[in-house]
Design a protein around this ligand. Structure first.
Ligand code: ATP
Ligand code: MG
Length: 288
């Protein structure tokens, strides 16, 4: 699969309307896509094993989307083969009072993956330029001093986030950013399914329907995010999300090729270490 069409190029102004949520790259066979996803899952498991053994890079994968775009199920399917010890998922909710007492990147810093690990952010510090922008009253809780809370606050946050991500990347934390692009119509269908099917009721919250009323404001905020924070070192990927099987396949494919591009390898064994291993072998073999 070619990934170019999903990447938001750096220093370019895109229009979200040009990205089709129902795109499937010409694929129509869901079963074939699922089989391909299984291969992706296996390759991801293999790369993760080497990432962990090499203990040098970390991979941060973050997901942003409107409700019901499929963040949870994409994470579940794409990561289904990886060793849980090498992977951590962190879901960012409304900040607690302790978190609000700190700068807005504080809680993200604490949740960053260790070397050798894959860290997943289910929502992220980008909420600080999305939900907080759509609902300016949330900014009031942050008690920012006036000079930090001017009209330029969003541009400042974009700049701060770019610097933060550059810092991460320059320190071996690879940053992948996915926007799951669901259409407003498809969201409605999924909400109705959550209401109509008892085993899905728990997934629906009244606040999700309320956020839907701000759809256009969210799309504008997202567009501004992509146009200001898609960089050469930490690009945004806009993933079509009206067909979940395609979303999973595309995300899996991009993660796998990102890991591949790192040319990971198992640590090589030094002469001294090799001698140690042979010595241990001798001892074991000489046991009764
Ligand atoms: P799901 O509904 O699938 O469990 P979710 O990510 O929608 O997953 P919720 O608990 O429903 O989880 O919603 C989390 C809420 O927290 C979202 O409405 C999101 O906008 C909000 N949130 C996340 N980060 C921030 C932030 N920095 N400031 C304000 N609100 C935030
Ligand atoms: Mg929710």
């Amino acid at each position: 699969m070619k990934h170019d069409r999903f990447i938001v190029p750096a220093n370019t102004k895109i229009n979200l309307k040009d990205y089709d949520p129902a795109y499937t790259d010409g694929l129509t066979d869901k079963a074939a896509a699922q089989a391909e996803l299984q291969q992706g899952v296996q390759r991801l498991a293999k790369y993760q094993d080497i990432l962990y053994a090499q203990d040098s890079y970390a991979l941060l994968i973050l997901f942003q989307a409107m409700d019901a775009a499929g963040k949870d199920s994409t994470i579940k399917h794409v990561m289904s083969g990886v060793n849980p010890q090498g992977c951590q998922v962190y879901s960012f909710k409304s900040p607690s009072s302790e978190e609000l007492d700190h700068d807005y990147l504080w809680r993200s810093n604490r949740a960053l993956p260790e070397r050798g690990r894959i860290g997943i952010f289910n929502r992220s510090y980008y909420e600080e330029t999305l939900v907080v922008r759509v609902h300016p009253e949330l900014l009031v809780h942050q008690k920012l001093p006036p000079e930090a809370n001017g009209k330029e606050i969003w541009d400042k946050r974009f700049k701060q986030i770019n610097h933060f991500e550059q810092y991460l990347v320059e320190n071996g934390i690879v940053v992948l950013k996915f926007f799951l692009n669901v259409s407003k119509e498809q969201q409605k269908k999924r909400f109705l399914a959550r209401i109509n099917e008892p085993e899905k009721n728990w997934k629906f919250s009244v606040s999700d329907a309320r956020e839907r009323q701000h759809w256009d404001q969210y799309m504008e905020a997202f567009e501004d995010v992509f146009n200001n924070t898609s960089t050469s070192y930490a690009p945004w990927y806009i993933i079509p999300a009206d067909h979940k099987w395609f979303t999973r396949l595309a995300v899996s494919d991009i993660i796998v090729s990102t890991l591949k591009s790192l040319h990971l390898s198992y640590p090589t064994v030094s002469e001294v270490r090799r001698a140690e291993l042979l010595e241990a072998k001798k001892v074991l073999e000489s046991e009764e």
